[in-house]
Design a protein around this ligand. Structure first.
Ligand code: PLP
Length: 405
């Protein structure tokens, strides 16, 4: 007799999942293209010629997406946070100094991780809604002389964009610090020129900018970073995240741990779709859709949380009008319109994602209408037709300005 008996009240997934799925317009996970979903249903051997060919293509396509000719692009079985931890665990030595540029929730997570591996972490706190200022970063580099600098390109939590990333990375190089960039929501949605900007580790997750599934992530290390990884003579405390061990699978066709085969096949398809679209067109599509959505939201009479100069396009933050509560709005949008957006980690905002399939005009209109109509039902003064019309003309203007150019 087993001491725990088989549960009797388990229902199949088909009874749990809604028949009419929610359109996921939040800060991730994002909807996945059909080819990604199909790949995710396949399991093959994690070693052998078929997988080898898949891995070669994943690396080749990643090099394009990262804009890096790095020979050290690794996949990670884990969330974006596992890739963050991999960058930190491999590049931050115990007792070294790390300068963490903190704009919000995720940039603070990098700082926290650096602290956990024994670094002396100095935080440069950036006021909410602002991007990091290169002069302030320079002063902090002078003062703390860090070995590593961490920052996010796009801070999903409060929708801030660190616009000055190229200058900041350059400064870090001048002061001899390795640069770790979290590009989980931004990679492939806006420019990030890893090689040209001199970034030493770029982190991305599956379920945001790349429009793949959650649970498999990618990381690109620079040559300079790899030298440090190779010449480190202490043993990493993280076995799964040890880049030298991961290199066995990603570059030497050997076993590290059983790779998340289906997730790698899914990311292969996500990368293939990005390469087929080209980065240039993909950036333009995201820009056009996000800007038009922003214009539509403002024309409805709502306020965007971040000023244009620091505003992230991949995730749009909308200030809640007085008397409107985020949870009630989200609930109404889901129930009545089958559209899901995200709440907040702190500021009084809701967030609409503009990553991958979210940046398609049919999804934009559905999301904008659901937002405006639900706000109106909850008592906010909303010009719904004005918002929709503004988004339409903004989409159109972007298209015609490109044709002229
Ligand atoms: C979502 C996100 C992460 C964390 O990714 P998980 O897959 O949830 O671990 C890190 N950084 C940024 C900027 C993100 O948007």
């Amino acid at each position: 007799m087993n001491s725990v008996s088989a549960p009797k009240d388990i229902v199949p997934l088909s009874q749990i999942l809604p028949e009419d799925p929610l359109l996921m317009m939040g800060a991730g996970p994002v909807p996945i293209p059909a080819a990604v979903a199909a790949a995710n249903a396949i399991v093959i051997n994690h070693l052998g010629p078929t997988m080898n060919q898949v891995i070669e293509q994943v690396k080749t396509m990643s090099a394009y997406v990262f804009q890096s000719d790095s020979q050290h692009i690794l996949g990670v079985a884990g969330p974006g946070s596992a890739a963050m931890e991999m960058a930190i665990a491999n590049l931050v030595l115990p007792g070294s100094t790390v300068l963490s540029i903190c704009n919000g929730f995720f940039s603070n997570r990098l700082a926290e991780m650096a602290g956990r591996v024994g670094a002396d972490v100095r935080r440069l706190e950036v006021a909410d809604g602002r991007c990091a200022d290169p002069d302030e970063v320079k002063a902090a580099l002078q003062k703390f002389k860090p070995q590593v600098l961490t920052l996010v390109q796009g801070e999903t939590s409060n929708t801030v964009y660190n616009r000055h990333l190229p200058q900041i990375a350059k400064l870090a190089r001048e002061y001899g610090a390795l640069v770790i960039v979290d590009a989980v929501c931004t990679l492939s949605t806006m420019p990030l020129d890893t090689e040209a900007w001199g970034v030493d580790a770029v982190i991305t997750g599956g379920q945001k900018g790349l429009a793949s599934i959650p649970g498999v992530s990618l990381i690109a290390f620079s040559e300079r970073a790899w030298i440090q990884i190779k010449t480190r003579n202490d043993t990493l405390k993280h076995w799964c995240l040890d880049a030298k061990l991961a290199d066995q699978f990603w570059y030497q066709k050997a076993y590290h741990y059983t790779a998340p085969v289906s997730g790698i096949l899914a990311i292969h398809e996500a990368l293939r779709l990005i390469c087929a679209e080209t980065l240039e067109k993909r950036f333009d599509r995201h820009l056009r859709c996000s800007r038009s959505l922003q214009n539509g939201i403002e024309a409805m009479g709502l306020k965007l949380y971040v000023k244009p100069e620091s505003r992230l396009n991949s995730v749009v933050g909308i200030t809640l009008p007085e008397h409107i509560e985020g949870p009630a709005l989200l609930e109404l949008m889901s129930r009545r319109h089958r559209v899901e957006i995200s709440g907040s980690f702190g500021p009084r905002i809701v967030r609409i994602g503009q990553m991958g399939e979210q940046s398609r005009t049919h999804n934009l209109f559905r999301a904008l209408h659901a937002l405006g109509s639900s706000m109106q039902s909850l008592g906010a003064a909303i010009d719904l037709p004005g918002g929709v019309a503004a988004m339409e003309s903004s989409l159109h203007d972007h298209e015609s300005s490109r044709r002229v150019a």
